[in-house]
Design a protein around this ligand. Sequence first.
Ligand code: BES
Ligand code: ZN
Ligand code: ZN
Length: 510
Amino acid sequence: MKLEVRQADITTVEADAIIVNLFEGVTKPGGATGAVDEATNGLLSDHIKDHEFDGKTLDTLVLHSPSGVKTKHIIVIGLGRQAAFTPVTARKVAAKSIQKARELKAKVVATIIHGAGIGGIDTILASEMTVEGLLLGNYRFDRYKTKERKKYEKERIEKVLLVEHDKNKLNDIQIGLSRGEAIANAILNTRDIINESPTKITPSSLVQAAKEIASLSDSMGLTILDEKQLQKEGYNALLAVAAGSEKEAYLIHLHYKPKGVKQSIAFVGKGVTFDSGGLGIKPWSAMLTMKSDMAGAGAVLGIFQALAELEAAGMPLETEVHGIIPTTENMISGSSMRPDDIIETKSGKTIEITHTDAEGRLILSDALTYATYLRPDAMVDFATLTGAAIRALGRSYAVSMGNDRQLLDTIRMASEETGELAWELPLPKEYEKYIESPVADIQNSANSENAPGAIIGGLFLQEFVREIPWTHLDIAGPSWQDDDTNPVYPKGASGYGVLLGLKLLEILKG
Ligand code: BES
Ligand code: ZN
Ligand code: ZN
């Protein structure tokens, strides 16, 4: 899908479908929507008068074969109440509108920039949101749908024109387009990696992906620790999880350092390319979707791809960023890690294995230790850590937990601004009893049915962060969508974390 800025009056643009919008409760449309209404002799106002459409958020009205404009279909999308309108709504609206256009089998689509006119959002931001919405909403993982592919081919949108008649706004729209494309492409790539079959996405293919990303920018460096080096340096927690897999484990360290920057942040992403549960094997139904247990790694890769692409587009983010990915499979064999095993982590702390399925926190313990050696100003980990996080907050929110009020508040702010939501749970000292071990420093799971699983995961990780401001994001919920409630995040891998991570960098840089 190609996107292009076009200076024109939307009523004169030739396209298969044009997309305009309407605030809830407006009876006389203004701006570009008003122009379309006038050109079609009040076609839209007639529908509003008949109460067929009132502009509720994401409601759509499609007007077929209208006269007075040069398009087959007019798609009018509801923006909701103007007082509640935000850039996040603009992104959602764009996503929904492109899905409508695709249903109509449009090849060439013309759209206005949502929020840039009456919406009152800054033009660059409105353009970025619109572009992200278009690209993220149009995504579908269809490379293995051999039968549907023909149908999908017919539904493929070739070109979207971003139409604006005011020539003073064109430059800003172009900037928003470049930003939105850079970021959305990174997210789409992340989704592809997560959705792909786990026969193809393995620890070594994540290494390959990191290499490709690092090669995009001169400001990027890459260090890989393979199993031999991990052994030599004592990353035994990562190696313990990897023991049951035939595939080699790695610790990936991406490093982005533009010139003259002082702040640094480390993102750590759980990269379990398949989680069978290990010897404490998961039931079949819980094992489904466990290819997505590397969604944290995917988020980190996506952030780095976006950093590289934004730099290439002439709008670099000026913060030093580390991306650390411990990656392995959690599988079963004669050499698998056992319950009762006691391991000595890189940090020196010992762990009694009480559950082989609580493997994420093990590999993250070594990765967080590695991150502390880099002395970053802040650390944020993205991890599909617990089913309990899904039960607590569902699929719309990540669980956030941490040791630093300011970082937690900044993440909360970034989450609201991006729509990648996160909600905080506490890390109470009195719950540390759940990970007390009779034989080692700590154990990796609570031996109790009613234990607060997401919190225990957070408390476990906290043992490895030292004094560095840190936030743990349990993304088990939002990294995977099982329905199409939010048009920005179609079913399957969402790419959650890329927008949030980038926004955090933007805010921290001041
Ligand atoms: N990868 C899972 C967590 C998960 C579950 C992610 C569902 C996405 C969807 C993790 O490794 C795991 O198995 N966690 C256990 C922890 C328990 C054994 C302490 C869980 O949540 O049951
Ligand atoms: Zn597990
Ligand atoms: Zn897991």
